[in-house]
Design a protein around this ligand. Structure first.
Ligand SMILES: Nc1nc2c(ncn2[C@@H]2O[C@H](COP(=O)(O)OP(=O)(O)O)[C@@H](O)[C@H]2O)c(=O)[nH]1
Ligand SMILES: [Mg+2]
Length: 439
């Protein structure tokens, strides 16, 4: 079944998304591991604790002039949230303006010295870069800074690994981790290869590096087979649903926009909503119906973010395929975010990259309870909000609805709008018949 009217198409004519940039991935970080200085390291009189000291992270970004998308300050703020979500603490940051990152060290040598000096003051135990680093950049930086160096991809992968609750999510995260690790092995084992004949550095007739590559290659193949089985199972479930002829609405949006909260408000579903990036990794589907028997299925799944590691997106194909079957996408935007426009654009571009540009999309401007009236006082009901068209970061031509998932604003209107999309006035006619029969 397809939606009868097209609301808007997510960037059909736009360029393909920038996310699948082929960049190798650093080894998975362990933010709970030891740093030179944990929060309790200098605490006088504190009791002995077995918890590992919290990582102290120093953030570094390059602001490329003329760079489209999210402002660098906003991007670094987002990176800080990722660090905190992974259990670390941000102790400083540095942004360098330059035309493009340095191919060897990402930042220039002067800036590198500055970051090195900042260690004295902040006592950081690792440095986190806001963009993907090549294996050689990471190696050079670790040598220069003499501390653990991670990039945004590593951080996101760490969070995904912590969040994986189901077998499907765990398999997909592990696949992404191994695919990142594979091109990084060279850097990790280079020093061993140079030590010719060192005990333990050679397998029978091959170098340690070759042994490792072979082991990881085998593991990747096994994971792919297991994920394929999961995909087949999902496809079966979907075809069963299709036979029932119930339309499917999939919630998409930037991470933390309120997708799960909206699912909960619309479907009364018991789904996890949390103030943290990537709280949801697994698709959840619930039925949303009208009293008159008209119904659709609503699916909530993993959110998008700028600079997502491409290996993660390809590994999560089984999960993201749920979106392909949708008759309509509900694009949830956090309308109160200072980066709402860039976030919405990231979602539109990611959908286009996933081949979903042609699925009809309805924009939902959520967290409207955080908006203010013209006189600066907070809005206290949906009636006080400016017209959604004026607020829509994707432009006034697209249809949008305002909601507050936590306050319950605009939820009934949204449900009605969706039922109308699929059943038109039939839903209303059916309801009228039920009412007439009761009278
Ligand atoms: N003020 C406000 N907060 C909201 C609203 N919807 C969600 N949130 C909060 O935003 C955070 C992220 O919500 P969640 O539904 O987990 O976002 P998701 O990552 O898109 O699924 C949570 O702390 C929610 O309580 C809303 O309409 N208003
Ligand atoms: Mg969620």
């Amino acid at each position: 079944m397809t939606a009868r009217r097209v609301l808007h198409r997510a960037g059909g004519s736009k360029e393909q998304a920038p996310i699948p940039r082929k960049r190798p991935y650093p080894r998975t970080p362990d933010l709970a591991s030891n740093g030179p200085r944990g929060p309790s390291a200098g605490a006088r009189g504190s009791l002995h604790t077995t918890a590992p000291p919290q990582e102290r992270a120093y953030l570094v970004a390059v602001d490329q002039r003329g760079d489209a998308g999210m402002a660098t300050e906003e991007s670094v703020r987002e990176l800080g949230r990722l660090v905190r979500t992974a259990g670390g603490r941000v102790v400083g940051q540095s942004i360098q303006r330059r035309l493009r990152p340095d191919p060897a060290t990402y930042i220039g040598s002067g800036k590198l010295d500055e970051v090195k000096e900042a260690r004295e003051r902040s006592g950081y135990s690792m440095v986190v870069f806001d963009d993907p680093l090549s294996p050689s950049q990471q190696l050079n930086l670790e040598r220069a800074l003499e501390v653990k160096v991670l990039d945004r991809s590593a951080l996101i992968l760490d969070i995904f690994a912590r969040r994986a609750r189901t077998r499907e999510a765990a398999l997909q995260v592990e696949l992404a981790q191994h695919e990142y690790l594979l091109p990084r092995l060279r850097g990790q084992w280079q020093h061993l290869e140079r030590m010719e004949g060192a005990i333990g550095s050679r397998g029978p007739g091959e170098t340690q590096l070759e042994t490792d590559r072979r082991l990881i290659g085998g593991r990747i193949a096994r994971l792919k087979r297991q994920i394929e089985a999961v995909r087949r199972h999902r496809a079966l479930q979907r075809s069963r649903r299709e036979r029932q002829g119930i339309p499917v609405v999939a919630i998409v949006g930037y991470t933390n926009a309120g997708k799960s909260s909206l699912m909960r408000a619309l479907a009364g579903a018991d789904v996890l909503a949390a103030d943290a990036p990537f709280a949801t990794l697994d698709p959840v589907t619930r039925r949303v119906g009208s009293g008159a028997g008209a119904a659709f299925l609503l699916t909530d799944t993993v959110g998008f973010m700028q600079k997502l590691p491409p290996q993660l997106i390809s590994a999560f194909r089984a999960t993201l395929e749920e979106l392909e079957q949708a008759d309509l996408l509900l694009h949830v935007v956090d309308v109160t975010s200072p980066a709402a426009a860039a976030q919405a654009q990231t979602v539109v571009e990611t959908l286009a990259a996933l081949g979903l540009a042609d699925v009809p999309t309805l924009t939902v401007l959520n967290k409207a309870d955080g908006l203010r009236r013209e006189d600066g006082s907070p809005c206290t009901s949906v009636a006080e909000l400016p017209p959604p068209r004026a607020l829509n970061p994707l432009g006034p031509r697209d249809e949008a609805l305002c909601t507050s998932a936590t306050e319950g604003w605009g939820i009934d209107a949204l449900r009605e709008r969706l039922l109308y999309e699929f059943f038109g006035t039939e839903a209303h006619a059916a309801r009228d018949r039920v009412v007439a029969a009761r009278e």
